[in-house]
Design a protein around this ligand. Sequence first.
Ligand code: T5A
Length: 227
Amino acid sequence: MNEKLGKFIVFEGVEGCGKTTQLQRSQQWLTESGWLALLQSKGYLQEVIATREPGGTELGAAVRQILLGQPTQETIQDRAELLLYAADRAQHVEGFLRPHLAKGSLILCDRYTDSTIAYQGYGRGLDLALIDQLNQIATGGLVSDLTLWLDLDVKTGLARTRQRGTRDRIEQADLAFHQRVQQGFTELAHAHPHRITRINASGSEAEVAEQIQQILTQRLEEWYGSG
Ligand code: T5A
């Protein structure tokens, strides 16, 4: 499907890597730097919007509550978890991402398909070919134009989330699980060097933001020209 006018940028990484912080900073920077106004004036873009998985739609918010809200007595089985993330994504792609891309939005999305490969594939050990198939079903082939992988040592990220207080069901998984997730992101970045750009996420918020702004500037120039 080639009806896409907008662009789709995804932020990925292990727990506490700073995605959410950097996504918000990027949205603000795109507006304050004048990029958005320039691209609007040329008719390339309508808006910059932020969304996330799981939870970018009303149905997704309910799925997020099941996956990451208060744990119940019953353990969520690995394949049930996989299917819940896929259901969230299918709803998000058809109900939110495609309509916004069709009208010319620049979408900043907190997590997407690579999270499923890293967490359910590498982390939980589910079959990677099965996950690829499921991602294909859920997305109908919609891939990101750019994925920013915020690469941070797992222990540092988990320490940041601990400082915040409550930890969800996945954040509570053992260290080995999160290290396998990190391995997943590392291998994905090697396999897709153009789509996935590595960001060194170990610096201050401002240092990480600076790297991301450089990459965004390069990509916007590549996509739309330098103005
Ligand atoms: N999941 C998701 C799957 O298993 N499969 C899937 O298919 C998908 C889509 C999603 C959970 O679901 C899993 C992965 C996740 O476990 P989430 O809300 O995205 O849940 O959870 P997290 O990724 O854990 O999000 P967090 O908000 O916890 O972490 P972020 O977004 O990486 O980090 P952020 O920006 O919130 O920052 C964390 C803390 O660190 C501080 C911040 O102030 C904050 O307190 N911080 C920094 N501190 C020092 N230096 C910096 N540079 C800092 N940047 C941020």
